[in-house]
Design a protein around this ligand. Structure first.
Ligand code: ATP
Ligand code: MG
Ligand code: MG
Ligand code: MG
Length: 566
């Protein structure tokens, strides 16, 4: 590619809106351009870097037997109503209506859609396991888009979903994805840590986030070098119940020690009794516990005016309810689904539920706050027995050794979904004995565009980006000090031609610019290798190969230059 034919609108000065290096450099190097808050255009260089990450992701997903699909961005509200998430998801979901008034969202994630696809196309254990993935734009109306493409409202995500017959199958799929993620982020040149990220996460089972370490990462993590424990402190971590044999079923009767802990915390916080009851209800429902059990917990003389209950299909609904109705539930025979169809009452905003839960957990503004929790997914039912929180300065919950802390950028996350979606949507299969059973699911996300930003956050200096070869938009740039000087032009053209021939993705800087400008641009854009063709070198039949990362400059004979680079 000739520089003069490329669209690289580099900026000389730091854009005022950019707070962190990756954002600043992506704008300055002409990788992205902001259209409106959290919405960006990918210019040719940026798009090439995204494509590199996508290719790595695709290779590693395919290596694990993943099948690429293309799912719609526009998703009908009905599917989300089936799981209760149309009401639960809150304001981050980008909603729209068609001309007939029917409701849709722009997919923030695809559990509903994929489960709908699989329930329609898979019916036997013989077709399982199944791993489907896609690489596609996602839409989240982030309350505070920031750091450029790092927290955007439109971004590229790889999302994968596994379908298995049982818990062991899920464990295998989960480990395969864990392995794939490690390969992907290593290949992208990232220094990262996988950390436990949800109330059930410990000892390799549960939910993990992949954190690219960076001083300006939004997440705070703690880790123990003695035993390998690592967790995101924004999430509660907890003691696990003994490993579950079977995937948990949402409406099964279960013990409720987690609730008692919440009740104690709420009491200690001095929260008034009526609010405590609400908190218990919300907590319990979010934990997927049987409403009857919760109702039994609060049975008594206290006033209760809001409940969130499962309707007949198992979907969650938030309703105002009279005390009588609640007591009726409390007294109802175990296994009944609770009051259904209470009409004409306002639905509580998701934020309020979140706030209540945060209060219940002792969360506060300074730390230990629940961020970006995806209800029903980040919270796996049946796994919490004793809720607690860890933070910097705490000792390791596993071995008691002092823990270190670091900041990280969440570039990916893997989840065990168990049967939450397959039960809600009726995604079942016939097992070998002819019994109908819900599939056991996992889901696995990678922020592709955020990964590009994270790579830059980790690989830059004061002059600009230092691309790792694997994700660099171009591998090399050939810079004649003066393109108009015939000897230099000829040598540069020849080397460039040989590079292209050898399959090296190269740019020839054919601009009529001062050498300083060209060198600065090359450093800013961060080509891993630069071939400088200058008059002094040429006089001795040599050019210079400069390594962007180390700054080392090696003189090589003109005729060997392309081979050296390749
Ligand atoms: P965060 O905690 O940063 O808001 P999340 O936990 O909400 O992220 P997931 O639902 O786990 O995100 O989505 C999978 C991946 O998608 C994340 O690990 C992250 O890399 C990426 N991602 C999520 N939100 C954004 C965003 N607003 N902009 C860019 N990438 C994002
Ligand atoms: Mg997160
Ligand atoms: Mg989020
Ligand atoms: Mg996440």
């Amino acid at each position: 590619m000739r520089w003069s034919r490329l669209l690289i609108p580099t900026l000389r000065d730091d854009p005022a809106e950019a707070e962190i290096a990756s954002h600043r450099l992506m704008l300055r190097a002409g990788l992205i351009r902001r259209v409106t808050a959290g919405i960006y255009e990918w210019l040719p260089l940026g798009r090439r870097a995204v494509a590199k990450v996508e290719a790595i992701v695709r290779e590693e997903m395919n290596r694990k037997g993943g099948l690429e699909v293309g799912l719609p961005i526009v998703q009908p509200a009905e599917l989300w109503r089936e799981t209760g998430r149309w009401a639960e998801y809150g304001e981050e979901m980008w909603r729209l209506k068609d001309r007939h008034g029917r409701e849709y969202c722009l997919g923030p994630t695809h559990e509903e859609i994929i489960t709908d696809l699989v329930r329609a196309t898979v019916s036997s254990y013989r077709q399982l396991p199944l791993l489907l993935y896609q690489i596609q734009n996602k839409y989240r109306d982030e309350i505070r888009p920031r750091f450029g493409v790092m927290r955007a409202r439109e971004f590229v995500m790889k999302d994968a979903y596994s379908f298995d017959v049982d818990a062991e199958g899920l464990e295998r799929s989960y480990q395969a994805m864990d392995d794939a993620y490690r390969r992907i982020f290593s290949r992208c040149g990232l220094v990262f840590r996988a950390v436990a990220a949800d109330p059930g996460a410990i000892g390799g089972s549960g939910t993990h986030e992949f954190m690219a370490l960076a001083d300006y990462g939004e997440a705070l993590i703690v880790y123990c070098d003695a035993c390998g424990y690592a967790a995101n402190v924004e999430k509660a971590t907890s003691r696990l119940a003994p490993p579950v044999e079977e995937a948990p079923r949402p409406l099964e009767k279960r013990p409720t020690p987690g609730l008692r802990t919440i009740a104690q915390l709420a009491e200690a916080e001095g929260i008034p009794p009526e609010r405590q009851i609400k908190i218990l209800f919300y907590w319990a429902i979010y934990e997927g516990r049987d409403p009857q059990l919760v109702a039994a917990l609060v049975r008594g003389d206290r006033e209760l005016n809001e409940v969130k209950l499962k309707n007949a299909t198992g979907a969650l609904e938030v309703r105002m309810a009279s005390r009588e109705e609640v007591l009726q539930v409390a007294g109802a025979p175990t296994g009944s689904a609770g009051p259904v169809g209470l009409q004409g009452v306002p639905v509580l905003a998701d934020e309020e539920v979140m706030a209540l839960r945060n209060t219940a957990c002792g969360a506060n503004e300074e730390g230990y706050h629940y961020f970006n929790v995806n209800p029903g997914r980040d919270f796996t039912p049946d796994r919490v027995t004793d809720l607690r929180l860890v933070g910097p300065g705490d000792s390791c919950p596993d071995c008691g050794a002092p823990m270190a802390s670091a900041r990280g950028i969440e570039v990916g996350q893997i989840f065990k979904l168990w049967t939450k979606y397959s039960e809600a949507l009726g995604c079942t299969f016939k097992d070998a004995d002819g019994r109908e059973r819900p599939m056991v699911m996992g889901c696995y996300g990678i922020g592709v565009t955020r990964t590009v930003a994270a790579v830059i956050e980790q690989h830059h200096d004061e002059k600009g980006i230092i691309w790792p070869m694997s994700v660099a938009p171009f591998h090399a740039v050939v810079v004649p000090v003066n393109y108009n000087e015939p000897d230099q032009r000829q040598a540069a053209e020849r080397i460039y031609g040989q590079l292209v021939e050898a399959g090296v993705e190269a740019v020839l800087d054919d601009r009529d610019e001062r050498p300083g400008v060209k060198f600065n641009d090359a450093d800013l854009i961060g080509f891993p290798l630069r071939v400088t063709v200058g008059p002094r070198g040429l006089a001795e039949g040599k050019v210079e190969i400069v390594d962007r990362a180390t700054g080392q400059a090696d003189p090589v004979p003109v005729e060997h230059a392309a081979a050296e680079v390749a």
